[in-house]
Design a binder for this molecule. Structure first.
Ligand code: ZN
Length: 326
């Protein structure tokens, strides 16, 4: 769908999605600088749309399957006259061939189905770019998938590394899923080296990778967004997948038997100090009456859609077992 963006959106900046390759967490650009997905993205002048990305633009970083996170471009580092070696399939000239782990010949072209020992190479001069967004980065943890991103895209091609997105609709989609982007801030580029890497970047990258390995949490984030079912939107770092039935009893990861809960609420839920009845209303143990932060949650309706696929029997069973101890 091609929808014209309003003039106001153009004044405020544009929106892009940046593709990172496969499962790789890091990307070695032309400059030898190692990108951390949570901080910056490198590309060069051979990439479509490279000339349109600017400071203040919204970016959503995606892999082939889903959105990893979002932020605003705080600084753009431009490195002119960079040498780039480009490899091509010797049969069809495609750049889309793969290196194989064990099989010989080493390379295989998915376009013309030829295998070969060495690609043809050519050297070209490019301008390299690095867009920094780490100071405003918020993990999305897959709460928007490939299909959602396609609906927010203003470009029909799936192949583009940098795709134009509809800014307002993308911001709305992120907001609805509980993600709270901080206001845009520009980083000073006074020093010649450009903005420095944030000290927490690598730690955040490792934490993101860890969360990504939890299939149950991934499925629940996809269903509910980054929203605690009891307390509402919260940073990805404190949101956990809670089992409505003790995991040991079922050994299954059914979305119907899970909820996204903030880590402290999750702990109360597992400790029998907080329960949810079959009408999806929260109850807090009388012993927490002195803790206003938690006693205030008593009587609050669960923050999930009416038609959410939740197993009410599992909720009721947990509730009965829990309140019996109060
Ligand atoms: Zn080929």
């Amino acid at each position: 769908m091609m929808e014209a963006e309003s003039e106001a959106a153009d004044i405020l900046g544009r929106a892009w999605s940046f593709l990172v390759a496969g499962e790789e967490r890091q990307f070695q650009g032309n400059t030898g600088y190692e990108d951390i997905i949570e901080e910056s993205y490198s590309y060069d002048s051979t990439v479509g749309n490279h000339q349109h990305v600017g400071v203040g633009d919204l970016v959503v970083v995606r892999n082939g399957k889903e959105a990893l996170g979002a932020g605003f471009v705080e600084a753009l580092h431009v490195l002119p006259d960079q040498e780039k070696v480009r490899s091509r399939c010797p049969y069809c000239r495609s750049t889309g061939f793969k290196e194989r782990v064990t099989m010989q010949p080493r390379f295989w072209c998915s376009r013309c189905k030829h295998a070969f020992d060495a690609p043809d190479t050519e050297t070209l001069w490019v301008t390299a770019f690095r867009a920094h967004y780490g100071g405003t980065w918020q993990p999305l943890d897959g709460c928007l998938d490939k299909t959602h991103l396609g609906e927010l895209s203003l470009s029909r091609s799936d192949q583009q590394s940098i795709k134009k997105m509809h800014r307002r609709r993308t911001l709305d989609a992120i907001e609805v899923r509980g993600v709270r982007l901080p206001p845009f801030r520009e980083i000073s580029q006074a020093n010649g080296e450009g903005p420095q890497r944030l000290p927490g970047g690598r730690r955040r990258a490792e934490a993101t990778a860890r969360r990504g390995q939890d299939g149950f949490r991934r499925a629940l984030v996809h269903q509910y967004g980054l929203i605690c079912a009891v307390t509402g939107a919260a940073p990805a770092e404190v949101l956990e997948a809670a089992h409505l039935r003790p995991f040991a009893e079922t050994e299954q990861h059914r979305v119907e038997e899970g909820l996204i809960l903030r880590s402290d609420v999750h702990r109360l839920f597992d400790s029998g100090l907080l329960a949810i009845d079959s009408e999806l209303v929260v109850h807090v143990a009388p012993s927490l009456a002195g803790h206003e932060v938690y006693s205030a949650l008593s009587g609050v309706p669960l923050r999930i859609p009416r038609d959410a696929p939740i197993d009410r029997t599992a909720v009721a069973d947990h509730h009965a077992a829990t309140v019996a101890t109060w």
